[in-house]
Design a protein around this ligand. Structure first.
Ligand SMILES: *[C@@H]1O[C@H](CO)[C@@H](O)[C@H](O)[C@H]1NC(C)=O
Ligand SMILES: *[C@@H]1O[C@H](CO)[C@@H](O)[C@H](O)[C@H]1NC(C)=O
Ligand SMILES: *[C@@H]1O[C@H](CO)[C@@H](O)[C@H](O)[C@H]1NC(C)=O
Ligand SMILES: *[C@@H]1O[C@H](CO)[C@@H](O)[C@H](O)[C@H]1NC(C)=O
Ligand SMILES: *[C@@H]1O[C@H](CO)[C@@H](O)[C@H](O)[C@H]1NC(C)=O
Ligand SMILES: *[C@@H]1O[C@H](CO)[C@@H](O)[C@H](O)[C@H]1NC(C)=O
Ligand SMILES: *[C@@H]1O[C@H](CO)[C@@H](O)[C@H](O)[C@H]1NC(C)=O
Ligand SMILES: *[C@@H]1O[C@H](CO)[C@@H](O)[C@H](O)[C@H]1NC(C)=O
Length: 447
């Protein structure tokens, strides 16, 4: 996973992405840096090449991360007003919608988790809020897709264990079906909050209240001196033993969800929650430079985790715009992190590959889709206030939907198969392995 040390030593002499000095903070330097970094991101996309699949990034990147990456590229197109990748994004996001137009495509239908589906739903919402070109009349619309994701996920709300909540997995044969986690529930919360603001439909607010209260009730979200979002818990003991790992994307989903709800309802309650979560998010900053606290220091971040800083950057950007009192806290984090990230994008054979550790003042030898996404999103966020705030249906968003999307066609939701004893044992073993590697990766963060 690392290029040679000689290369990384050589690149240390360069001051930023091909000499781009982000301290100038001019739009031109941001444009130059993000043009290179976004091109580097798209180097991982071989959707139109032989052996590639439209909408998917190259091995080893899972389907969910492609949903995340199209979100990054949508933001890039909007913030930089650059339509170079317009058709590519459009084709990719429509190719993966699945037969029921709910982002459960057949190829993923036996392995997809709630969190995976959520990240494609989030990309669809970004298309709504950035008024991305509407698909043709015979194709699913962005708002419809976001609503279908929300509705199919909400149908899986399970009150049998832990008093509510979504399980991690959709299907009982997958490892993790017996685990309820923050990212699935925070994903539903986040999507609901954005749908509430975009459509003005109060039903989504009611849902968000329930999800939020449930997460607090089972201690996935703690409200002590610092408000933290933990990983999740097994249903075996009714969610009573919480895995206290903190991932930056979970905090990002929750804080921005609260900010959308505050912006929509103007209720003080949601502002307080937003501000408290922003305060807790300082655990992901070291001298104002963002890092993935649970795995980065120990060098154990997997491919998924190496993209999490992209979402935290994007979601903090939305938060700072929708709940303006948070701007003064968030903005210095973004500015310092963007500059540091640009300093890491001096690696690889092309000379502008981004690394994982942004405090290195150079490239640390790591590279991948997640590294490109994270650097791109934190740097392009410098322009967040120079472009319109996320649109709603009443002030610029033109996507159309259907509040009942996804509820008529539930064939991919209810599994026709039942799980045999052997399968259960296999699933338990895999869950156990995942559990152990999670714990060894970030034990220290159990705060
Ligand atoms: C941006 O790139 C253009 C074209 O390569 C170059 O002329 C210009 O000096 C760059 N600007 C900055 C601020 O780096
Ligand atoms: C638009 O983006 C592409 C690729 O990401 C980049 O090569 C190009 O320079 C950008 N154009 C402008 C005007 O920034
Ligand atoms: C599903 O997989 C097949 C075989 O790899 C591929 O040809 C097809 O494009 C894929 N469809 C989607 C929606 O990814
Ligand atoms: C399981 O947890 C939920 C939520 O904390 C609680 O309401 C319920 O009473 C618990 N059930 C049992 C059997 O302990
Ligand atoms: C990043 O690199 C710096 C400088 O080498 C080092 O001090 C720091 O511990 C590293 N941070 C992480 C999170 O790995
Ligand atoms: C909602 O967001 C907009 C756009 O940034 C902002 O102008 C407005 O003040 C926000 N509303 C509240 C209640 O803060
Ligand atoms: C959004 O897109 C629609 C359809 O293309 C267009 O009519 C409308 O002007 C756009 N809104 C904004 C704010 O650009
Ligand atoms: C609001 O959303 C709910 C749930 O999706 C739906 O049943 C209801 O019809 C929607 N209301 C309006 C006015 O669209």
């Amino acid at each position: 996973m690392r290029f040679s040390h000689i290369l990384s030593t050589l690149v240390l002499v360069v001051s930023g992405v091909c000499g781009v000095d982000l301290s100038i903070k001019s739009e031109e330097s941001i444009r130059n840096a993000t043009a290179l970094i976004s091109s580097g991101l798209m180097d991982y996309y071989w959707g139109f090449d032989s052996g590639g699949t439209i909408g998917m990034f190259t091995n080893p990147y899972y389907w969910w991360e492609a949903g995340g990456a199209w979100g990054s590229m949508l933001e890039y197109s909007f913030l930089l007003e650059n339509d170079t990748w317009h058709d590519t994004i459009m084709t990719a996001m429509l190719y993966q919608v699945g037969d029921n137009w709910d982002y459960i495509p057949l190829n993923q239908s036996t392995v997809e988790g709630n969190d995976d589906q959520a990240f494609w739903g989030i990309a669809a919402l970004t298309a709504c809020e950035r008024n991305f070109t509407n698909p043709g009349d015979d194709e699913p619309q962005w708002l419809y897709l976001a609503q279908a994701v929300f509705n199919t996920m909400a149908l899986r709300w399970d009150t049998e264990k832990c008093g509510g909540g979504l399980r991690w997995q959709i299907f009982q044969w997958n490892a993790g079906y017996d685990y309820k986690n923050s990212v699935s529930n925070a994903g539903l919360f986040h999507i609901g909050a954005r749908l509430a603001r975009f459509t003005g439909n109060e039903t989504y607010v009611t849902w968000c209240e329930e999800i939020y209260d449930w997460m607090v009730g089972v201690n996935f979200l703690t409200q002590g001196d610092f408000w933290f979002v933990y990983d999740g818990a097994s249903v075996e003991d009714n969610c009573s033993s919480v895995t206290k790992l903190q991932w930056s994307y979970n905090a990002g989903l929750m804080v921005s969800g609260c900010a959308y709800l505050y912006n929509h309802t103007e209720e003080k309650k949601w502002l307080t929650r937003t501000e408290k979560l922003v305060n807790g998010i300082q655990v992901f900053f070291d001298d104002d430079v963002m890092y993935e606290a649970a795995c980065q220091g120990s060098g154990n971040c997997n491919n998924d985790q190496r993209s999490f800083k992209a979402y935290l950057s994007r979601f903090l950007g939305y938060t700072s715009i929708l709940a303006p009192t948070t701007w003064s806290t968030i903005r210095p984090w973004i500015e310092t992190s963007a500059k540091a990230a640009a300093g890491s994008c001096v690696g690889g054979y092309d000379g502008h590959t981004c690394g994982l550790n942004w405090t290195m003042n150079g490239w640390d030898g790591f590279y991948g889709l997640g590294e490109q996404m994270s650097a791109l999103e934190v740097i392009q966020n410098l322009l967040i206030a120079d472009r319109p705030a996320p649109y709603t249906a009443s002030n610029g968003g033109s996507s159309t939907g259907d509040p009942a999307a996804g509820t008529q066609t539930t064939t991919t939701v209810d599994s026709p198969l039942s799980l045999g004893k052997g399968d259960t044992a296999g699933a338990a073993i895999i869950t156990c392995i995942i559990g152990v590697s999670l714990i060894s990766g970030g034990l220290w963060l159990v705060l």
